[in-house]
Design a protein. Structure first.
Length: 132
């Protein structure tokens, strides 16, 4: 499959192949894993992602901000870009992530501000607590 448009400026590498945000049909943006030799798309996520999401690679999984009906959630994908977990809390689209001791720390939207940090369980991205 051809690459199509590349969106955003963040990417990661999985076994030498770049993973980046691709423009899809109807303005949808998805993660795409590109074969570095053939320059074709090896895998595409079915989950929509924020057009300029950062992409993190941690513990053999990819993390990106997903977008569903105008809501931004943290999504985890396996290396084939299959969705394996989605946060139960809305996150800031341009969130920062930190990983520690089985937890993910990220900024959340609260009254149109990203003034809080939410702690998610890394195994299922479910909220543990909010740091205010």
């Amino acid at each position: 499959a051809p690459l199509g448009g590349i969106s955003g400026n963040h990417f990661q590498f999985i076994d030498g192949d770049p993973v980046l945000v691709l423009s899809g049909d109807g303005g949808k943006h998805v993660l795409g894993r590109v074969d570095r030799k053939e320059l074709t798309v090896k895998a595409r996520s079915s989950e929509s992602v924020f057009h300029s999401t950062k992409i993190w690679y941690q513990d053999n999984a990819l993390y990106a901000v997903g977008e569903t009906s105008g809501q931004s959630t943290l999504c985890r994908f396996n290396t084939n870009l299959v969705l394996t977990a989605k946060s139960d809390t809305v996150v800031f689209p341009d969130t920062q992530l930190a990983f520690a001791e089985g937890k993910v720390y990220c900024t959340v939207i609260q009254g149109n501000q990203n003034s809080h940090v939410i702690v998610l369980r890394q195994s299922n991205l479910q909220r543990i607590l909010v740091l205010r």
